[in-house]
Design a protein around this ligand. Structure first.
Ligand code: URA
Length: 186
């Protein structure tokens, strides 16, 4: 059983995988620790590694504008990643790295106890929903696991590469906004 302080301390000192050798900062998460909504990405990029905060680079700016447009305020969400240290050259985290890091994320989910979890991109979908799922087939559909409503959608960085995904991500986040309203008004 961890407290937040213990979790953060353990993450900061973590040497469970080799990503610790190249990181500048461990990126634990940001946002409200009593959030209804949790957003989960892949892993820190260069700016996140430098600042020790998730989604502060270009993909993060895009995500912020989407959340703002839907009136999803900072005190309503918490954002974290599958791995807490930057993979060199932003490569996809290796299976072993993800498996060693996932217990930290599970602890964060347990401490926050959100109602909704949004998986941003294929890596989050792989480790949270289904290792064989195809993002294009399952995005935009609700999954219920334990007490959590889980929505898979694209990673905001994918939108930076392919504008056509914007409409889909917008549709998916509108469903998240609707579910939030249902929960908050219940
Ligand atoms: N991409 C991610 O998956 N996470 C971040 O924190 C930043 C970019």
């Amino acid at each position: 059983m961890y407290s937040w302080d213990e979790l953060i301390e353990e993450c900061r000192n973590c040497t469970r995988c080799d990503l610790c050798k190249t990181r500048t900062n461990v990126v634990v998460g940001r946002g409200s620790i009593s959030a209804v909504l949790m957003l989960i990405g892949e892993g820190p990029g260069r700016q996140e590694d430098e600042q020790g905060l998730p989604f502060v680079g270009a993909a993060g700016k895009l995500l912020d504008s989407l959340l703002n447009a839907l009136r999803i305020k900072e005190d309503m969400y918490y954002i974290a990643n599958i791995v807490k240290c930057r993979p060199p050259s932003n490569r996809v985290p290796r299976e072993e790295e993800a498996q060693k890091c996932l217990p930290y994320l599970r602890t964060q989910v347990r401490l926050i106890n959100p109602k909704i979890i949004v998986c941003l991109g294929a890596t989050a979908i792989k480790y949270i929903i289904d290792k064989d799922a195809k993002i294009t087939q399952i995005r935009g559909q609700w999954f219920k696991k334990q007490q959590f409503w889980i929505m898979p959608t694209f990673h905001p960085a994918a939108l930076l590469r392919d504008e056509s995904k914007k409409t889909y991500m917008w549709e998916d986040f509108k469903k998240v906004r609707q579910k939030l309203d249902e929960i908050l008004n219940a």
